[in-house]
Design a protein around this ligand. Sequence first.
Ligand code: URP
Ligand code: ZN
Ligand code: ZN
Length: 472
Amino acid sequence: MSDSPRPTLVSGGMVVTGNGVERADVLVVDGVVAGIGSFESGHDDAEVIQAEGCYILPGGVDFHTHMDSVFRGSIRTADDFATGTAAAVAGGTTTIVDFCRAEPGESLAAALEQWRWRVAGQQPWADYGVHMVLVQPDEDTLSQLSGLADLGVTSIKMYLAYPGRMMSDDRALLRAMQRAAESDLLVLVHAENGHAIEVLVEDALSAGHTEPAWHGKSRPSVTEAEAVSRAAVLAGLAGARLYVVHVSSAAALSEIERARMAGTNITAETCSHYLVFDDSMLDGVPNEVASRFVCSPPTRALEDQNALWEALSHGSLAVLSSDHCPFALEGEKIVDGDFTHIMNGLPGVEQRLAIAYQGVANGRYSLERMVDFVSTAPARLAGIHPKKGEIAVGSDADLVVLNPHATTVLSAATHHSAADYLPYEGMEVAGRITRVLLRGSTVFVDGSVVPGNRPGTFLHRSTTHQLTGETL
Ligand code: URP
Ligand code: ZN
Ligand code: ZN
């Protein structure tokens, strides 16, 4: 729904559509794109948003966020759905897909109902969908997967890491994949070999290595590659569609490409932080600095980083997500004792498009390619395209006005997340997002979210996830 019954005209921008970049006006009526072209006359009643010299992009779709999430039993992420989606829209992301997890013994439907009630109560600025997390699911839980799509949830997520907390074994994963295949659900996998990492962590601690750098050293890229390969084999056996979250290494990428060549239906994402940070962020620096960069999988070597940029540009990686999962520095990220106590995860929902745009500014790929991996491809995978992820007549008027002639300094002093730090602190990036519309309604303008306007709603996703025209 728009602010008023008046149409809105986003005038004179360079609009990125499925056909390329064209100078055009975007006419918005009742929150939906009603026309793309020249509307200089005939719409005198319209509210006009001048966008001369700016790009008009479809609102970003972040397929991987953790808002208001509890890890390790009791530790909650810094952002709830209010602050987290304020950060999202301020960074040009108008749709997020987050995670719901059923408590032991709770039905998936009941968990989802609770989740929806809790999220709606936090009045998000962005629209939101959800993946269902399964932890070592039993037969009763698996039998509920056939009803998940009717509830608007068309993907499940499983962890091969974090033994004793989130990890599922291969039997549970294969059974879940079989059921997912029957119900056409996408299977998201956090691919790291949890048991191997457990052994390496034990060895590191026995040798007296307690510093944050050992978080990364105890999770070498081969433990990621092995888990990707295993998940791909199991997905092939089950005939399931596999989506590997937060790919961080060239070794994992090779396994994805190998599985794809062998006929496995496998898609993958990387995350903004792996494009910017490398393993030197953890090494040889004070603990309180290194802790800020601790995430899983860990940031890798520069060669890995280059491979990720390359894979995004040629399409081997279809999606850039944020894996937004910030924890407060005090008591959560910076801890006394060894590295295993540092909470895993970084903020990034607000910086994802800015970092993606650096690839355009540096000539790594086109703006159209960027729009595909930050908006269109995740919308397709989520089953919310063409409503989301593309500027087309009939799609939701989720629009981002980006001024390519300005720059932005990323900083916790100006970000909208409740996180008390920003790993990208002080980084100056090309481009500035000046306005964001969700379904035709301005939710962010001139550096601030619009306080009285928090129109985010739950997205009932469909099972039509196919990436069309893909290079994969
Ligand atoms: O370090 C990360 N990725 N934290 C979020 C939880 C997870 O692993 O998905
Ligand atoms: Zn993960
Ligand atoms: Zn995650």
